[in-house]
Design a binder for this molecule. Sequence first.
Ligand SMILES: Cc1cc2nc3c(=O)[nH]c(=O)nc-3n(C[C@H](O)[C@H](O)[C@H](O)COP(=O)(O)OP(=O)(O)OC[C@H]3O[C@@H](n4cnc5c(N)ncnc54)[C@H](O)[C@@H]3O)c2cc1C
Length: 415
Amino acid sequence: MKRYSSFAIVREAFRNHSGWKKAWESPIPKRKYDVVIVGAGGHGLATAYYLGKNHGITNVAVLEKGWLGGGNTGRNTTIIRSNYLQDPSAAIYEKSRSLYENLSQDLNYNLMFSPRGVMMLAQTEHEVRGYKRTAMANALQGVSTEYINPEKVKDLCPIINLSGPRYPVLGALWQARGGTARHDAVAWGYARKCSDMGMHILQQKEVTSIISKNGKIGGVTTTDGDILCDKLCIVVAGHSGALAEMGGFRLPLESVALQALVSEPIKPVMDVVVMANTVHGYMSQSDKGEMVIGGGADGYNNYTQRGSFHHIEETVRSLVETFPMISRLKMLRQWGGIVDMTGDRSPIISKTPLENCFINCGWGTGGFKAIPGSGWATAEMVATGEAGPLASPFSLNRFKEGRFIDESVAAGVAH
Ligand SMILES: Cc1cc2nc3c(=O)[nH]c(=O)nc-3n(C[C@H](O)[C@H](O)[C@H](O)COP(=O)(O)OP(=O)(O)OC[C@H]3O[C@@H](n4cnc5c(N)ncnc54)[C@H](O)[C@@H]3O)c2cc1C
C-alpha cells in the first residue's frame, strides 16, 4: 500500500488524483480463517490490527452486517480521556489514550487527534468530593489529571456560566491531555492497515448464527453463507446480547439507545471539552464549527438507532444553564446509537463458555476512547487464548465472583 504523505498529495495533484488506491479491498471471502471477528466497529478493527501487528496473525476476517464504522464508532461524540476511578479502568483507558497520541503516525492516517483538554464539572458537593477522590486515585495510578477551581474553569472555557440557576460550577476534574479525534477516521485508519496486512474486511455480511460442536467454536453462518474459523471474537457493542444468544450463553448487560446532536457551525467559541454531568449534557466544538452535544441514554431497553424529540429538548434545556449562548443556536441534526451497559459500567473482555469464542463488549456510553487499548488487550487474549494484565480484570467471571469494577461515577452518565 502506498503511504499517505505530502509528497503523495503533490504527486497526485499532477496526475488528476488517478493514482490513489482503495483504502481497503472488498475481497471474496475464504471458506476458513484462523480468526473471525464479528463487528467492524473501532474495537473489532483495532483487535484485528493488533492481532496482525503484535502477534503476526493475519489470516483474519472482520464481518460487518452494515458498513464499517457505521455502528457506534461513527455515531459518538469522540471524547477521549482516561480519568476513571478504579485501577483496572485507569490502566486500560490510559493505555488507550497514550496509543491515541501517536496513532495517526502508526496507521499513516490522520485521525485528527486533538488533545485539547477535557473537564468534568463539579456542580454539587457530592461531585466535588467524587472528583477530588478521582484526582487522587489518578495521581496514584500515574494518570495526569487535576481538580481545578471555578476561576480556572472560566479561564479555560470563557463561554461557561459559573452561576447557573440551579447548579453553580464549584470546580472541575481536568485532564489536559484528554480531547477528541475524528471517529470515522479511527475505523477507516485501522481498516486500511488491516486490509494492507491481507486481512479480509467483509461488509454487508450479517452473522445470523454461530456454528459450534461439542462446546467448541467452528464458525458462523452469515447472510452470505457459512464461514469457518478456529477462533471467533464477538465485538458488536449494542448487539452483544443477540450474538451471545446465538452462541448459547447470556451476558449481564442491557442495550439502550444513546443520543447526540450538533448545532449549525459557528466561529470558534470553545477549545476544550466540557461535561456537565449533574444537569446532564456535554459539549465540544468540532473542527467544522458545529457544537457537538451529547445527551443521555434512553430510560428503557431498546434497539432504536435514531434520535427522539424529547431528548433534544431535555439535553438542550439542561445545557442552556451552563452555556446560555447556545439558546441562540439552531440544531442541525441528531442521531442515536445502541450501547451495551453492564451493571458496574465497565466493559467485558473475556473468554466465553464456548471454547475459542471470545467477547469484547459492554463499553456502554464511553468506548470510543478505549478503542486502541481495547483492541490491544483483546488481540492478546485471542492470540494467546488467555487474557493479559490489561484485559483479565474485565472477565465475565467478575459477575460470578462479585468482583465489580464500579465506574458508575466516572462513566455512568458521562462519556
Ligand atoms: C451518541 C453516542 C455518543 C457517544 N459518545 C462517546 C464519547 O464521547 N466518547 C467515548 O469514548 N464513547 C462514546 N460513545 C460510545 C462509543 O461510541 C462506543 O462505546 C464504541 O464506539 C463501541 O465501539 P464498537 O466497535 O464496540 O461498536 P460499534 O462501532 O457499534 O461496532 C459494532 C459493529 O457490529 C456490527 N454488528 C452488529 N451485529 C452484527 C452481526 N450480527 N453481524 C455482523 N456485524 C454485526 C454493527 O453493525 C457495528 O458496525 C458514544 C456512543 C453513542 C451512541
